[in-house]
Design a protein around this ligand. Structure first.
Ligand SMILES: Cc1cc2nc3c(=O)[nH]c(=O)nc-3n(C[C@H](O)[C@H](O)[C@H](O)COP(=O)(O)OP(=O)(O)OC[C@H]3O[C@@H](n4cnc5c(N)ncnc54)[C@H](O)[C@@H]3O)c2cc1C
Length: 526
């Protein structure tokens, strides 16, 4: 888009939303400054300095087209999402879900960002926004309390996207809260533990994907008898936790309810969630177990496994004691213990319009909030939110109407819910069919109903893509071609926006030196 050449946008946060936004803006010729505070200012959860680091599960959820998560992926693909593209290139086996090798995923995004000469990555903590829109960053020499010792990044941009995520630094959260005059909430989430593959008991665990009798199976399953299950639950609810009273009184991130909190609701509650046995057959008995925990590979080589759905607030010692009561995990070595974290988000229904723009200006330039800070929960939701904020920023700078996705699409429904002033008790939410507009004719059968939502969503998406095209907002190659998405960078070169052959080197989550080439998928360990 010619009108966008010479425009500048600053993006705060090099996470999922921020990276997607930066890449989309750069692909349309805008000069982008992507400001990420790590590694100088760490978060309690991120392990390193990589852009787009996945902090918890490595799963991006279902790929089934007739699920809300699958619809969302279809929407990301149709709009040429760089991050979905990277995820597909780093996929690890996960049944019907899209799961990634997290290190290769980050490496791929870093390669894409580096391939755009019109993206400048600045490593600094943003502590505020000046009236003219210039970002205030912490002076490296100042301590955490001295937020007044800040430098302004110049020149001031034409627009700003804040995508600093659930772990937005305290200084920026305080500044946003002061500027908006509204409450931005902070509460706790929980992350699941990871265990080493070679410490697991292969005589007890069996490999199978749920509802799939044939094939090798992507998950390891730990089967419980009734007695084993009841003993485990009794120990789980009695175990010591890190945050007790304080935590119980807070609202929790829906998808990350700690397993002990779920068990506290009733002995059988986990058997309908993380420990559900349906669709599994224990080869030792030929029967469905009483309960079962699924373990999913964390990396392409299957060296470490994630305890699926076992986010927890237990102390590390208690995690070792109690989780070793799980059949097959008697001698489990923990590569990472489950941990509790803060989650920050703004009151979107009152603060944001449908373009994610702050309704009450905090600077003389348009400011948008994207990702989990806007309250849309989940990895793919954050990517889509960053993409939406970027498209709306482009539209505003080019003086064309804002491209609001129809409510019949998965993200359109989430956006409509999240930015509707009528929404009360706003809590982070992922895409789901509970907030999508009802079908014209009632469809009783759940499977048929979901298929009807998906078919209707596909039509609405096609119309949305056509509108983006007519507004001149689509980058040249999108949709099915997204796997080969190319974008003109500022130098006018045709730069590959997909996985670049960048070599990443870092210490992995298991404390080993790792070097690998994202595009080749090769991994060397030292
Ligand atoms: C503990 C935990 C577990 C989670 N588990 C899952 C899960 O299993 N599945 C799922 O789908 N979602 C999960 N989520 C939600 C997940 O964080 C979001 O879905 C997604 O990462 C949000 O993307 P984002 O871009 O908004 O934020 P992030 O990916 O967190 O990116 C924000 C970036 O901004 C940076 N930043 C923060 N403050 C500043 C500042 N002042 N200046 C500059 N940079 C700053 C951060 O360092 C970070 O890199 C979890 C969240 C938490 C906290």
């Amino acid at each position: 888009m010619e009108t966008l050449a010479g425009k500048r946008v600053d993006v705060v946060g090099g996470g999922l939303a921020g990276c997607e936004a930066a890449l989309q803006l750069a692909a349309r010729g805008i000069s982008v400054r992507l400001v990420e505070m790590r590694p100088n200012t760490p978060t309690p959860v991120h392990a390193g300095s990589s852009l787009a680091e996945l902090v918890c599960s490595n799963s991006l959820k279902s790929q089934k087209p007739d699920s809300a998560a699958g619809m969302l992926k279809g929407e990301l693909a149709a709009l040429g999402s760089f991050l979905l593209n990277a995820a597909l290139s780093c996929a690890v086996p996960a049944g019907g879900a899209l799961a990634v090798d997290r290190e290769r995923f980050s490496c791929a995004i870093e390669g894409s960002v580096a391939s755009f000469s019109n993206i400048q990555v600045v490593r600094a903590e943003v502590v505020g926004v000046r009236d003219d829109g210039a970002l205030l960053v912490r002076d490296e020499g100042s301590g955490p309390e001295e937020s007044s010792a800040a430098n302004a990044l110049s020149p001031a941009p034409d627009a700003l996207i804040v995508a600093s995520g659930p772990l937005t630094s305290d200084a920026l959260a305080a500044s946003l809260q002061q500027a908006t005059g509204a409450e931005s909430l902070a509460f706790y989430d929980a992350a699941a533990p990871i265990v080493m593959a070679d410490s697991l008991n292969g005589d007890v665990l069996f490999r199978q994907s749920r509802y799939e009798d044939e094939g090798a199976g992507d998950y390891l399953n730990a089967p419980f008898t009734k007695d084993e299950y009841e003993r485990f639950i009794a120990e789980l609810v009695a175990a010591r936790r890190v945050i007790a009273k304080d935590f119980e009184t807070r609202e929790l991130f829906q998808a990350c309810q700690p397993i002990e909190e779920i068990a506290r609701k009733g002995t059988d509650a986990p058997r309908f969630g993380a420990l559900k046995p349906v669709g599994l057959t224990d080869p030792r008995t030929g029967r469905r177990p009483w309960a079962a925990l699924q373990l999913r590979a964390e990396d392409a080589h299957g060296m470490a496994y994630n305890l699926v759905g076992f986010q927890t607030n237990l102390t590390f010692g208690e995690q070792q004691r109690v989780f070793r009561l799980i059949p097959g995990l008697e001698h489990a070595e923990f590569a990472r213990y489950g941990v509790m974290h803060r989650n920050t988000f703004v009151d979107a229904p009152r603060l944001l319009d449908a373009t994610l723009r702050l309704k009450r200006p905090i600077a003389r330039i348009p400011v948008r909030i994207a990702g989990q800070l806007a309250g849309t929960e989940g990895y793919c939701e954050a990517m889509r939110s960053g993409l939406h904020a970027a498209l709306c920023t482009c539209a505003e700078l080019a003086d064309v109407p804002a491209p609001i996705p129809p409510a019949e699409t998965a993200f359109g429904a989430l956006l409509a819910w999240a930015t509707d002033p009528a929404t009360v008790d706003y809590q982070p939410m992922h895409v789901n069919f509970g907030i999508i507009p009802p079908l014209e004719a009632r469809v009783r059968n759940k499977k048929d109903r979901y298929a009807a939502y998906a078919a209707r969503g596909t039509k609405a998406l096609e119309a949305h893509v056509a509108r983006l095209q007519s507004l001149g907002l689509l980058a040249e190659s999108t949709g099915e071609e997204s796997a080969h998405l190319h974008a003109d960078n500022a130098a006018g070169q045709d730069a590959p926006a997909t996985v670049s052959p960048a070599v990443c080197a870092k210490v992995d989550g298991l404390g080993r030196n790792v070097a690998f080439t994202a595009s080749e998928g090769t991994m060397r360990r030292g």
